[in-house]
Design a protein around this ligand. Structure first.
Ligand code: M6P
Ligand code: ZN
Length: 188
């Protein structure tokens, strides 16, 4: 029998305690996400392959839900802000919830047929990600972006489609402020 347990989540660092999985994604692992590949290489060099985001999970076998945090560093590659890979869920009926604890960001969503939506991420905002929508988070602030997520344990991550076609919108800095623009290489 699974036993109840309190899990501490630090709203500033995103630390989950106890956590069952923890991983980091560095810029060199995320090269393909950014438009300006030369800028990626020079930032990898200049910042010694910085951590773009970290994920800490709490997952128990025998449960149908799991949860955790994603903690994103502030930063940009050229004019594009740091982002997660973005994925669809493999399971067609699997939704997800993102509850932002710290920082400022944009949650970009995209349906299979290319409809684009976005939800602001700021402390206290809780985003509902419906089944069938790819989701990518972007840190548009100058501090860490920390959010708690929760979804079905069997939701599954489908990265391939978003990696191949990119997302329809890019989030870029214009006069130091985030704006959404059309992705010129979307679908290519
Ligand atoms: C959120 C959740 C995780 C996901 C993470 C990083 O925290 O949706 O399931 O793994 O973001 O996003 P990605 O896996 O797309 O890089
Ligand atoms: Zn997801």
């Amino acid at each position: 029998m699974l036993m109840p347990e309190g899990v501490a989540i630090d709203g500033i660092t995103g630390a989950v305690s106890p956590a069952t999985v923890h991983y980091t994604k560095r810029l060199s692992e995320l090269r393909e996400l950014f438009q300006d590949r030369e800028a990626v290489e020079s930032e990898v060099e200049r910042l010694h392959d910085p951590i773009v985001y970290e994920v800490a999970e709490y997952r128990k076998q025998g449960s149908d839900i799991f949860f955790g945090t994603t903690t994103m560093s502030p930063g940009r590659v050229g004019s594009e802000y740091y982002m997660t890979r973005g994925h669809f869920h493999e399971r067609p009926n699997a939704a997800e919830v993102y509850y932002t604890q710290h920082g400022d960001g944009i949650l970009l969503l995209e349906s299979r047929d290319g409809q684009s939506e976005n939800v602001e991420m700021q402390p206290g905002s809780c985003a509902f990600i419906p089944p069938g929508w790819a989701h990518r988070s972007i840190n548009t602030g100058s501090e860490k972006l920390v959010f708690v997520w929760m979804c079905n344990i069997a939701a599954g991550h489908d990265y391939g489609d978003i990696l191949k076609r990119g997302m329809r919108k890019l989030v870029v800095a214009r006069n130091q402020l985030p704006v959404l623009i059309d992705n010129p290489s979307w679908g290519h």
